[in-house]
Write a new protein. Structure first.
Length: 499
């Protein structure tokens, strides 16, 4: 008993230090924790100690004890709900978190996000241990160094958890995982626990928005900026205004929006939101390979980025002119067709197919906007999308190419970890259970390389990187060949002429 008693005392000490409590609150917190884990009392010889203890190690011990006491069952949801309730005690209430953020911000903008990021890690809202399981490696290409991630961070559900979710009463609250109502939400068998979740309030163009971190971050300080109103994603003039305002408020972060159409959009189109963070993506480091003038906006530097997708980069100190120029490009692209390169703005029934994935950042004291042209048309040859990963690369990546992939970071499915091991076994002539859809790829590699135990993993990683490059090239509306370059120039000239 003494070990768990000391764990409770240490946990409460940490809560007082970081959760906005005072020493007077110790007994109150003690009774909260005792009730949550099923402990009736503490050993009298346990006292607060001045020592550094990990919040996650203490959490693990408390949850383990609760399971032993049968306070919770073995399901993933029960564990996560209890974890959230305990870590909520290490987290100040929303009003206090917002006040502390504002206090830090008044002195230093980076200090404000540092505070919030550290808090979100310590209270286990950001799942640092799960994120550490991801397989991450670079791959060199003519476009620079692309980044590859095999995403293993989200825990897989066991049969018991799936059964619980099927039996759960369907509830429409919160409406989605990006609604502000998630802040402090207990969770249930079919919905994640968010008791320890906090959101920083922001005012964007007179609207209430929220700033939070992603629980399963794909890159450094991966954050989400979400509308308070639950409404669908939309790319508009206001989108460019908001993105540039956000990087003005947080100049050390980039921010971008997923496209607002199926196939080329992200995973959540039902709630207006953006993603940002402190990370230099490969696309941000890519150079402009061809400049062009915008006569109506002579103080805007404009050009085409050397990138597998079709990207126009604008840079200026004048935020409003950037917004106006970006919106003109969006409107031109929405109505632009070029049948010679399979680009069509509308279906016969009037369904729109063109939009933009915009990304904003501050660079050398200027605003910079990357506008990635997107087209979600399908065809008989490409039923999944003309500008979507084609059939020959879907054994590696078949999901939508959203904002993060557009910028050069591949988020690949967890199935690839065991599958690539089986491919390696096949290439080494070992017993294997390689998936059939990897067969043609494996045969090609056997022709091109001599494999051994030392080199097989690195060669496989390089080949996965080449496929991701091909995925991005598939998603590019103007291809990098002679016809595609000419077609891109034709669009640029038409845009310049009309502006």
């Amino acid at each position: 008993m003494s070990s768990i008693s000391q764990t409770v005392v240490d946990f409460i000490t940490l809560a007082i230090k970081s959760g906005g409590w005072m020493e007077m609150d110790r007994l109150y917190l003690q009774n909260k924790v005792l009730a949550l884990i099923g402990l009736t009392s503490l050993d009298e010889d346990c006292h607060p100690e001045k020592k550094d203890v990990s919040s996650l190690d203490l959490l693990d011990s408390l949850v383990k004890f609760a399971r032993e006491q049968q306070v919770i069952n073995e399901s993933l949801s029960a564990k996560e709900i209890l974890e959230g309730q305990l870590m909520d005690l290490l987290t100040p209430p929303p009003s206090v978190v917002n006040a502390l953020f504002a206090e830090h911000y008044s002195k230093n903008k980076e200090a404000a996000t540092d505070f919030f990021f550290q808090l979100s890690q310590q209270n286990d809202y950001i799942k640092t241990r799960a994120i550490a399981k991801n397989i991450v490696f670079p791959t060199e290409t003519e476009y620079g160094t692309l980044e590859i991630t095999i995403n293993l961070s989200k825990p897989e559900k066991d049969p018991r958890q799936i059964a619980l979710e099927k039996q759960a009463k369907k509830v429409q609250y919160p409406k989605c995982m990006l609604c502000m109502e998630n802040e402090g939400y207990l969770g249930r068998s079919d919905y994640p626990a968010r008791t320890n979740h906090r959101i920083i309030r922001m005012n964007l163009l007179g609207e209430s928005w929220g700033f939070q971190y992603s629980p399963y971050a794909y890159y450094n300080e991966h954050c989400i900026i979400l509308a308070e109103q639950h409404r669908p994603m939309a790319i508009s003039r206001e989108t460019f205004q908001r993105l540039l305002t956000i990087v003005e408020v947080l100049p050390h972060y980039f921010v971008g929006s997923n496209a607002d159409l199926p196939i080329v959009g992200g995973s959540i189109l039902s709630h207006d939101h953006y993603q940002g963070g402190r990370h230099d993506f490969p696309m941000a480091l890519a150079p402009v390979e061809k400049t062009f003038p915008m006569s109506q906006y002579p103080d805007i530097a404009a050009g085409i980025v050397k990138w597998p997708m079709s990207v126009i980069r604008l840079r200026s100190k004048d935020k409003e002119k950037l917004v106006a120029a970006s919106y003109k490009i969006l409107e031109k692209w929405r109505h632009y067709s070029d049948p010679s390169v399979s680009i069509s703005a509308f279906s016969e029934d009037g369904t729109p197919h063109h939009t933009i994935t915009p990304i904003a950042r501050m660079k050398e004291g200027q605003f910079e906007l990357d506008l990635v042209l997107r087209d979600n048309n399908v065809s008989t040859e490409y039923p999944d999308g003309i500008f979507h990963p084609h059939k020959e690369v879907q054994h590696i990546k078949k999901e939508n190419i959203g904002l993060i992939e557009v910028m050069g970071l591949a988020v690949l499915p967890p199935r690839l970890k065991p599958e690539l091991q089986e491919v390696a076994n096949y290439l080494l002539g070992k017993k294997n259970e390689m998936a059939e859809y990897h067969s043609a790829w494996a045969q090609t590699m056997l022709k091109n390389y001599s494999f051994n135990e030392t080199n097989v993993e690195q060669i496989l990683r390089n080949e996965v990187g080449k496929i991701f490059k091909q995925v991005l090239e598939n998603a590019g509306v103007f291809k990098r060949d002679e016809a595609g370059r000419a077609a891109f120039q034709k669009f640029i000239q038409q845009m310049i002429k009309d502006s």
